[in-house]
Design a protein around this ligand. Sequence first.
Ligand code: XMP
Length: 322
Amino acid sequence: MEKIKEIKLEELNPEEFISNEVEKITSKVGDDLAVNALSGGVDSSAVTMLVHKTLGNKLLTCFIDNGLMREGEPEYIVSLFKNLGVNVKLIDAKDKFFNALKDLTDPEEKREAITQTFYKDVFSQYVKETNAKYLFQGTNYTDVEETIAGVKRQHNILEQLGIDTEKEFGYIVIEPIIQLRKTGVRTIAKALGLPEEIYNRPPFPGPALAARIIDEVTPERIKIVKKATKIVEEELSNTKAFQYLAILHKDKVTGVRNNKRDFGLQIEVRCWESKDALIGTPTRVPYDILEKLAERITNEVLGVVSVTYNITKKPPSTIEAI
Ligand code: XMP
């Protein structure tokens, strides 16, 4: 495996980086077709814009609706990019992902199921249908580092784990932002003309809300975490924290509603201060906001009787729960 060299923020000249990448992409792809999946995160958005500007309609972009995204997210991202002149095909793959996740409880097995469904099933089919030879993806330097260090397997790491994508999946993967960390990617995204709501978006994990469900991921449990996530994002966006999230626990606890025992669900809220997600500190969220979160989540998310706020640093915690 070729060693990847990080481009540090202070060494990054966005215009130079973009023009170098445009040149590299043009010479690699030639007259062939390429595909990419947009998720709406900074990384895949930057790659979509960079490659769209380079290859025009030789790049076919899709948004894979895996059923694990936040409420309204697929439609929001497809329409935002449409306004930027990029056509994005929405692929409904919800059933495939839920079937692959059925009965799985182990975090790494869940990640593996998502990876396999994404690359081997949905993407391979898209590549076959479109006759594309290349797949562009927004792997960044931190993804590589954390996977190699064995902290967590990031869903988009393939080659670094010895996976030959051409042999296994039928396409060649190109990763134009692999030398950059998140802040570098944000700089490039801005220089590419993406709006602030994209280049300043809090990070969101590749396995999406499945990274925030302890135990089995089912459509019903996704619905619960989706609702809690919406509330957490509404209430915590003003904190300008690095990332904030809601986690659905496996264990139930005894609660009381209308003077009756209610054995219900637990939601854990996390809110992080961090620069690059490698280390993190919980935000000192004002107590009245925490109280409002507890009130809203227990009132608006059916079945939840307990809301906690996590006060652990990373390390030893990680940002997500699985
Ligand atoms: P952790 O949980 O490892 O997260 O402290 C570090 C950062 O990476 C995001 N994250 C992921 N992103 N695939 C991704 O693309 C993943 O499997 C994954 N797991 C975590 C997380 O949201 C945080 O910003």
